[in-house]
Design a protein around this ligand. Structure first.
Ligand code: NAD
Ligand code: UFG
Length: 340
């Protein structure tokens, strides 16, 4: 069985990817400092797959501890590096925290991979690297725009760091995955997104409002230059996203060298209002909302051209939006029961 190290593996996307990897026959080792997650997700992964991944509580910015952990898992054939802080607004308030955590963490992981000769890395990038795109949908060749937040900058710079390391080391290979808007949960309801405090993102805000935890959803702006005036995003099911990581890893393990970059989205954009309506249609629950001013830094519209991932990785988003919304709602109900 081939071993894979997943940094940030107790988090939202990491835990779903751990399930997908275990179901594809990989052995998973999770490295996480639990700054934005708990070990509950390991229990969820075990309930779904029958196997609890090995867990190492570790901070990727601590090089000596990381080196020690890598030395004990030097038989790993690849690393999926999810570990990062991701709150855009907080990154504007605390830029050094974000640059240090996201970039020092990444550099330490790359250093350990070089020292222990682990060749393949998947790096979690983001559609945020496209900024406000001039044409839609965006392909991987769409020019990158200056990032609008320190968080976004860590993805732009992170991609560059990975590319430079691969250029300098012919034994190393990498896949940069640019996620659009991941939503939903595992259909079992055993793992899902667990935002601490008030959610920044639309989907958990919708489900928490539907559950009565938040009184009302604030919709940011209805005067955009889009068909219905609301912002448009490409919402991708987290299980589809997880499957893409397995495909990316297999692509490298089967010998693809250098750096590959893929957009991970559905290729279809939905406006905020379309998503609210789709949630009502999928779950039967109407979410109270009010329209307020635009949120600073929001891109009016972005969705992916994901044909490259289809051609090269044979990967496509498959889960219908209604199923994704139902899984998000199921997870919300389950996590509410756990808390009460
Ligand atoms: P998450 O917060 O649920 O998971 C990230 C995990 O990394 C958490 O468990 C956290 O405890 C851990 N972590 C953070 N810093 C660490 C460190 N220094 N050492 C060890 N562990 C650390 O977030 P997620 O939504 O699963 O995101 C995973 C990755 O995908 C991140 O790199 C994020 O930037 C990227 N991404 C997320 C989205 C999104 O909307 N969720 C979109 C684009 C890109
Ligand atoms: N929105 C609301 N009300 C809310 C929350 C969001 O109307 O309470 C709207 C936003 O204005 C935006 C849309 O819902 O139009 C989506 O917003 P999210 O915050 O869910 O997602 P973003 O597209 O702003 O950003 C997300 C991640 C970033 C990542 C980006 C691209 O938060 O980390 O996707 O991948 F960079």
């Amino acid at each position: 069985m081939q071993n894979i190290i997943i940094t940030g593996g107790t988090g939202y996307i990491g835990s779903h990817t751990a399930v997908a990897l275990q179901e594809s026959g990989f052995k998973v080792v999770v490295f996480d400092n639990l700054s934005n997650s708990t070990t509950d997700s390991l229990y969820g992964i075990e309930r779904i797959t029958g196997t609890r991944p090995e867990f190492v509580q570790i901070d990727c910015t601590d090089l000596s501890a990381l080196r020690d952990a890598f030395s004990r898992h030097s038989d790993a054939v690849g690393v999926i590096h999810f570990a990062a802080l991701k709150a855009v607004g907080e990154s504007v308030q605390r830029p050094l925290l974000y640059y240090r955590n996201n970039l020092v963490g990444l550099m330490n992981v790359l250093l350990c991979m070089t020292e222990f000769e682990i060749p393949s890395i998947v790096f979690s990038s983001s559609a945020t690297v496209y900024g406000v795109p001039e044409t839609l949908p965006v392909t991987e060749d769409t020019p990158l725009q200056p990032a609008t937040s320190p968080y976004g900058q860590t993805k732009v710079i992170g991609e560059t760091i990975v590319r430079d390391c691969v250029a300098a080391n012919p034994k190393m290979r990498a896949t940069l995955l640019r996620y659009f808007n991941p939503i939903g949960a595992h259909p079992s309801g055993f793992i899902g997104e667990n935002p601490s405090g008030i959610p920044n993102n639309l989907m958990p805000y919708i489900t928490q409002t539907a559950a009565g935890i938040r009184p009302i959803l604030r919709v940011f702006g209805n005067d955009y230059d889009t068909p219905d005036g609301f912002c448009i995003r490409d919402y991708i099911d987290v299980n589809d996203l997880a499957a893409a990581h397995v495909a990316a890893l297999n692509n490298m393990l089967s010998g693809t060298d250098g750096v590959s970059t893929f957009n991970l989205g559905t290729g279809r954009g939905y406006s905020v209002m379309e998503l609210i309506d789709a949630f009502r249609d999928a779950t039967g629950v109407s979410v109270p909302y009010e329209i307020v001013a635009r949120r600073d830094g929001d891109v009016p519209a972005i969705w992916a051209d994901a044909t490259s991932a289809a051609k090269v990785l044979n990967w496509r988003a498959k889960v219908p939006l209604s199923n994704t919304l139902q899984s998000a709602w199921r997870w919300q109900i389950n996590s509410g029961e756990k808390k009460s």
